[in-house]
Design a protein around this ligand. Sequence first.
Ligand SMILES: [Fe+2]
Length: 273
Amino acid sequence: MSHHLGFGLGLRPDHYESILEELPDVGFFEALTENYLVPGGKALHYLDRVREHYPVLLHGVSLSIGSTQPLDRDYLRALKALAGRVQPAAISDHLCWTGTAGINLHDLLPLPYTAEALEHLIPRISEVQDVLGRRILLENVSSYAAYQVTDMTEWEFLAELSRRADCLLLLDVNNVYVNSVNHGFDADEFIRGIPIERVAQIHLAGHERHDTFIIDTHDSPIVEPVWDLYRRTRERVGGVSTMIERDANIPPLQELLAELDRARHPGPAGVAA
Ligand SMILES: [Fe+2]
């Protein structure tokens, strides 16, 4: 289990200079793996400099652990090399399959929550963990449509998968909330169903609300219902490395640091609305 690193932020190029100048009081930075796989680039130079001051976590979008294609060995090799270089405190990706390569959150497609999907995923996760020589964290994704065929709930699926594959979970509280609205389940039941000993990291993010559904855009501040769910999540999960993800409409670093303060001191958990 990766230990509790406190409160961190996603590492974004807009903030490279401010981070290195101000050295803000955060516990870690989470770097998007795919931005640092090209050797010798400017991005990698900044990552090395940030790493001199902070623990770094690697967060990818290309593993496509749920795909029926064979695992991409070149990608795994490059990831392993990057991990050797930055010695990340954690390596994570999403529990999904990606329709196309590249960074597009809407391409992180959910899996059916079936026994068959578990049988497909478990050896693939083992293979990745064998190559990397460590346990990985898999993140629950937001989704807009559900499969007709399903044997269990999303949280039952995550519990079963993490236990049988011996992997860890990156619990995205925003994604839990988004899915609870889009699919009409009780977000607190999700949180209660998650094996807390497997949760090694928490994501918080903002999203875009429409009348009857939510698009997970990561382009705005965290909304109140997600803060509420986060409070109740913390009460159950306890101290876990927690961070805010902002992928678009990126504000000055200070603004995100202020939002992160709220994650540090969220106040007492209220009763579920
Ligand atoms: Fe996330």
